[in-house]
Write a protein that binds this ligand. Structure first.
Ligand code: HAM
Length: 424
């Protein structure tokens, strides 16, 4: 019983989402759902664990995820199961198992939820993290690539996130990739001694992965390596250029990234990442690409597909950096019990009109209640004391400028409209 009373700590690399952050998570989820719906994507919810083969088959035996990052365990029946490290493999499994290729045509699916990877925890890298993902099954058309990337960038735009860079590359197809792989392997073999230990193994098994290594020497060697983009077949080249052209029509700024490869093996042709300099070392807020053979590998009919996933913790840390998005616009300070009754009358109406409204609980004098409004980063403090009750008016203090206004109670809605939203 020596440990009795000792605080039990959470597992390393996981996070509690506390009430202070929950509204931000809900707002992100609601805004993304609306954006998905505007692109006609429907939600799919797949299990959090699967038979291990679902992931090892899809993600690739030589990928870091499968080699060393999966939470795999044997269940009571002796079966090997794994907590999902990503969503694509499970969605492909569900697409095939539920015959979602019928009726034929495009199938647009989205999902959100926790993923698990036994990575070394650091800022922006967790062992349980959340993704918002989308997968579009059916068309092999560059218009589908452009639509999926347009959807991703629209989510960021609707969340008012700026300062992001979209990097895009083509990884080639079964026609042109083997030739490139050999060429790259030959180049890397001449530099093998200088590569890190991991990359020395990768040269023969999966040379493309060397291009993704974070070690400085490997990075320098990769900088001189032949690029996949220079070695695309005519079809892949045309697909890539058309995708970029269509994206540019939407006004999205595209950065070509000839050395971009992805950490999962299922990709062919288009691959992309969205990064933010504000994130530090783990700078990718989203990644994705085309995967044309996965459905077949899972026993379905040949069905090209493309998708992406956004890392929610990274996304939310960017939004929190921009600060205050969910700070109350109106913060009521009821200085007496009768004032509290007035608050309950007005707060509901204002919330229905779409204002962000909060209030000070627990009574107290003006000074302590103003402190609460300040701590909540409120824009306007609406004070109701004895004088205000007697005169049927509110004292409103702009917490940013310090200005004060006396507003008749019956005019509150109209006054707030004009003050916060400006004239029509
Ligand atoms: P991914 O690049 O492995 O792709 O992950 C997508 C995003 O999830 C990353 O850009 C990052 O923001 C976030 N993420 C990944 N690992 C962690 C971690 N340990 N901690 C915090 N955030 C993390 C995929 O998962 C593919 N399934 C994307 C896709 C969908 N491709 C096609 N369809």
């Amino acid at each position: 019983m020596a440990d009795k009373g000792k605080i039990i700590q959470r597992i390393k690399g996981v996070k509690d989402i506390l009430p202070a952050s929950a509204p931000m998570w809900q707002w992100v989820e609601d805004t993304t759902r609306e954006t998905f719906e505007s692109f006609c994507f429907s939600e799919i919810r797949v299990p959090i664990f699967e038979k291990t083969g679902v992931f090892s088959r899809a993600i690739g035996e030589t990928s870091d995820i499968v080699e060393k990052e999966m939470y795999t365990f044997t269940d009571r029946g002796g079966e090997s199961l794994t907590l999902r490290p990503e969503g694509t493999a499970s969605v492909v499994r569900a697409y095939v198992e539920n015959g979602m290729f019928n009726p034929p045509g495009a199938r647009k699916l989205y999902y959100m939820g926790p993923m698990f990877r036994a990575e070394r925890p650091q800022a922006g890298r967790y062992r349980q993290f959340h993704q918002i993902g989308a997968e579009l099954f059916g068309p092999d058309d560059p218009a589908a690539d452009a639509e999926v990337i347009h959807l991703l960038m629209s989510i960021f735009r609707n969340l008012h996130l700026e300062g992001l860079t979209l990097h895009i590359n083509s990884l080639g197809c079964p026609v042109c990739r083997p030739g490139f792989r050999d060429k790259l392997g030959e180049y890397l073999a001449t530099k093998k001694e200088a590569l890190c230990e991991n990359c020395q193994r990768r040269v023969d098994r999966n040379p493309l992965r060397v291009l993704d290594c974070k070690s400085r020497t490997c990075g320098e060697i990769a900088a001189g390596a032949p690029t996949v983009t220079e070695n695309l077949c005519a079809d892949c080249h045309a697909h890539f250029e058309r995708t970029i052209l269509l994206l540019e029509k939407t006004g999205i700024v595209v950065t070509r990234a000839p050395r971009l490869v992805r950490g999962l093996d299922y990709y062919s042709r288009t691959a992309f990442e969205v990064t933010s300099q504000a994130l530090g070392a783990q700078d990718a807020v989203a990644g994705g690409g085309r995967y044309n053979t996965l459905v077949e590998q899972f026993g379905g009919p040949p069905t090209p597909a493309i998708g992406f996933a956004i890392g929610m913790e990274r996304l939310i840390s960017l939004l929190e950096d921009e600060a205050g998005a969910l700070a109350p616009e109106i913060f009521f300070l009821p200085l007496l019990p009768e004032a509290e009754e007035i608050v309950f009358k007005f707060a509901g109406q204002l919330r229905e009109e779409g204002f962000l409204v909060d209030m000070a609980f627990g009574g107290g004098g003006l000074k302590s209640q103003l402190k609460k409004a300040d701590r909540a980063s409120a824009h306007l403090a609406v004070i109701i004391g004895e004088n205000e009750l007697a005169q049927s008016q509110f004292q409103i203090k702009d917490m940013k400028s310090g200005e004060q206004f006396a507003v008749p109670m019956e005019n509150l809605g109209q006054w707030l409209d004009e003050y916060l939203l400006g004239p029509d």
